[in-house]
Ligand binder design. Sequence first.
Ligand code: ADP
Ligand code: MG
Length: 362
Amino acid sequence: MANLRLVNLGKRFEDVQAIKGLNLEIEDSELMVMLGPTGAGKTTTLRSVAGLEHPEEGEIFIDEVKVNELPPAERDVAFVFQNYSLYPRYRVFENMASPLRARGMPNDEIQRIVKQTAVVLHIDHLLDRRPINLSGGEMQRVAIGRALVRKPKIFLMDEPLSNLDAKLREEMRTELKRLQKDIKATFFYVTPDQAEALSMADRIAVLCHGEIQQVDIPSEIYNHPRNMFIADFVGSPGMNFVDCLYEKKNMLNIGPNLFTLAIPESQRDKITEEATNSELVFGIRPEDISLSKEKRANYIEARMDVMESMGSINIVSLKLGGYVLKAKTDPDFEVRPGDALWADFDKEKIHIFDKTTQRAIV
Ligand code: ADP
Ligand code: MG
């Protein structure tokens, strides 16, 4: 296994700058998830590492060896694609054995490695089947198995679970993470699914428009998003935003003119002179809003708009001035559209962004 280092990587397709100034370090045995929406540049990044694209700018190091000029076969990385790309005419065994055959490995050793890997992936009973007779989850495992047998320095995984149904996707993400830890592999895994990223990653690199927005452990990405894009993209539903202005004595005028809120004492030193003169945005996560059906001291009056029942929680949309905010409640919290509601915000969990730069201040 190995580490991977991307330095100032840039790749352009005619008029599209797919990735730019990309810096990222993935440690040995780390599961790094690159999270970003469609078109962010995730596939381009992985393909560049694999040697399938040639970035005009920057450097790629695998185990501190620069690989920019090396052909794909000499980089010792394995790519698992979203669409599996199995050989339809080969049985599972031959699909998994093909990278080893290509290396000229003796047959008995191939037998041993493929069987051993199939056991790890719980597909040893499928070795005689052809891909057409496999379910999506099984095909997925075969594709991973074909990568595993090679024992590459780095696994590159491009949305490997996207084609699976929701239930299986959740199961597979747990299994993949367990597997990655068991074999101490270095994984560079990309996905547009924030829940997948939060649940699997050792660290997450958030990518948008070809640029890395933040690299951190999942809890930091969730609790301290560096800008409004991350705050919105990570979390389901994403963070609520309301315009606001700084008002003297560490108060925020939210709306403006809907209500005021004190900036928590612990955060006050982050409010610069510049921030006090800027247009700001107040941010709060749905779980950091408490609702009451009765009027309460210091609670803000709002109106119920829509309620979505999620089983273990309800998501209540409430109207406040011209804004719609989403709050998470207990499943037994029942209200009807149009009902008056009172909302309170967890003071220690508030976020403040600069409206112009979209960057987090608090
Ligand atoms: P992601 O995998 O995050 O969805 P991609 O890396 O596939 O993003 O694409 C990033 C950007 O580069 C997109 O705007 C995409 O249209 C463009 N792009 C990717 N591959 C090509 C290509 N071969 N030719 C032209 N544009 C491309
Ligand atoms: Mg892609």
